[in-house]
Write a protein that binds this ligand. Structure first.
Ligand code: HEC
Ligand code: HEC
Ligand code: HEC
Length: 88
């Protein structure tokens, strides 16, 4: 019984982490940017954006974010118009 409970708790714990990382809201005065981390992480190597494969907090500001996000979108198929990322 105890083992089952622990197993269930582990599943619940893992599920919360997965959900927490699925989409990340990046705050911006001119409209928050909803970033689909799950899709981006599946299609790209973690190290495209993160310093190493573990990932973690990124120090983003306007210039760094625009360089990272818009450069790739311009080459690929992602949004490059202000309003496609910044939503009020
Ligand atoms: C690919 C998505 C994307 C596009 C396109 C984009 N931005 Fe951003 N922008 C971001 C992200 C991400 C941030 C950083 C949020 C953070 O600091 O975490 C940001 C930050 C900003 C900030 C700073 C906001 C603040 O609160 O400091 C301004 C201003 C801004 N963008 C204006 C624009 C304008 C104007 C355009 C169009 C010319 C544009 N952005 C296009 C994603 C985008
Ligand atoms: C296209 C860029 C991009 C890719 C690819 C990417 N990440 Fe992230 N990741 C981000 C952004 C943006 C954040 C939010 C940053 C912040 O708030 O500081 C983030 C946050 C994280 C966090 C912090 C926890 C969280 O959810 O806020 C972890 C852990 C993480 N990423 C791991 C990974 C791993 C592992 C991979 C590869 C499977 C990966 N990332 C791929 C951009 C990316
Ligand atoms: C290495 C390439 C790459 C990087 C870096 C990247 N993206 Fe994208 N992104 C894409 C591609 C390709 C698509 C369109 C296809 C798809 O949905 O996968 C996309 C789609 C999107 C979309 C629209 C679809 C959706 O997921 O809702 C948003 C919003 C977005 N990206 C935000 C961002 C932000 C914000 C950043 C920076 C933190 C970023 N992207 C960095 C490649 C990238």
């Amino acid at each position: 019984m105890k083992k089952l409970l622990v197993a269930l708790m582990l599943v619940a714990f893992a599920a919360t982490i997965a959900i927490a990382a699925d989409t990340v809201i990046l705050k911006a005065k001119n409209g928050d940017v909803t970033f689909n981390h799950k899709v981006h992480g599946e299609k790209n190597a973690c190290t495209v954006c993160h310093a190493d494969a573990k990932g973690g907090k990124l120090e983003l500001d306007k210039d760094k974010a625009h360089a990272l996000c818009k450069d790739c979108h311009a080459k690929g198929a992602g949004p490059t118009k202000c309003g496609d990322c910044h939503k009020k």
